[in-house]
Write a protein that binds this ligand. Structure first.
Ligand SMILES: [Zn+2]
Length: 311
């Protein structure tokens, strides 16, 4: 009997070691720390221009639709002055971000414009919502799988996007969810964008937690919905353009002022509330289709080309 037990323990141990080893090797491949050289075939994202979701091309008019959402991370109570003040402050990020994007667009020969709510009275552009769960708690799940079902259902049932397009003459609509998060809230802003995979619903969204938001964050997340990617990390989940390990160093050296590299002021490291001191540089301009020629060796880095190249 004893012998049999020993044998069983060894089998279980061997299985545990095998599984752990396998998982470690798999994650080394997933994160691009080790990779096997294979002949590289330049890739283009297989998304047609017509399938680019609610934020297509960053020119002409874009509507930011505000959704002030109470969720598991915090509630809005607009009978309280503090919440009204915070709402006013967050709404004040829009004109700053809009003016900055317009100025950057001008450098590349484009004229992006934005319409947005400046008070709760802007009935087509302002909404309040309540969700039972913590919306940013499933941030990675949402990004990897490209789903935000509860938020999409809210938009589908409550917001007449067609009426917004018609009234304001908008080519693009971006839905911004404002969260009243506590000061020590750990999740940062995110966007759900149609640049890697087609989403089940065309609604492209931003989640903006109050404790870490500023105009540069609104601009950064909005740029994602138009195709821009993060420059401060590699593409560990295969949900972006296949940026290799060390991509952040490459970008820090070549595009140090880009807003997709950081949303903080380059000199002070502060999150400025009243202006944006960063830029849209050529790499971001390429991925949002403002320039057609890639400014770096996309094939050499084994990355995915901008879908706008084929437009
Ligand atoms: Zn980002």
């Amino acid at each position: 009997m004893e012998k049999k037990k020993d044998w069983l323990i060894w089998v279980v141990l061997a299985a545990v070691v095998l599984i752990c080893g396998g998982l470690t090797v798999k994650s080394l491949f997933d994160f691009g720390i080790i990779h096997i050289d294979k002949p590289y075939v330049p890739q283009y994202i297989d998304i047609e221009y017509n399938d680019l979701g609610s934020a297509k091309f960053l020119d002409g008019k874009t509507a930011w639709v505000s959704i002030f959402a109470s969720d598991g991370s915090g509630s809005w109570d607009f009978t309280k002055q503090a919440d009204c003040d915070l709402r006013d402050e967050m709404l004040s990020y829009y004109p700053v971000a809009a003016e900055w994007i317009a100025g950057e667009g001008k450098k590349y020969g484009f004229s992006p414009e934005f319409v947005f709510a400046q008070s709760p009275d802007d009935s087509l552009l302002y909404y309040e919502a309540k969700f039972d769960m913590e919306l940013l708690d499933s941030k990675e799940y949402k990004q990897i799988n490209g789903v935000a079902s509860d938020e999409w259902f809210f938009v589908d049932e409550n917001i007449d996007s067609g009426a917004i397009r018609e009234k304001y003459g908008c080519d693009n609509v971006v839905y911004a969810i404002f969260l009243n998060t506590p000061a020590d809230y750990y999740n940062t802003a995110m966007a759900l964008a149609t640049f890697r995979k087609k989403l089940a619903y065309p609604y492209e969204m931003l989640w903006l937690p109050a404790n870490s938001c500023c105009p540069a964050v609104v601009a950064h997340e909005t740029l994602h919905t138009f195709g821009a990617t993060d420059l401060y990390t590699f593409d560990g989940y295969g949900i972006s353009y296949g940026q290799p390990f060390g991509f952040d160093i490459f970008c820090t050296e070549n595009y140090p002022t880009d807003i997709m590299l950081s949303t903080a002021d380059a000199e002070t490291g502060e999150k400025l509330k009243d202006r944006i001191t960063r830029e849209i540089t050529d790499i971001t301009a390429y991925y949002i289709g403002w320039i057609n020629e890639p400014p770096f060796d996309v094939d050499g880095m084994e990355m995915v080309h901008s879908h706008f190249e084929r437009r």
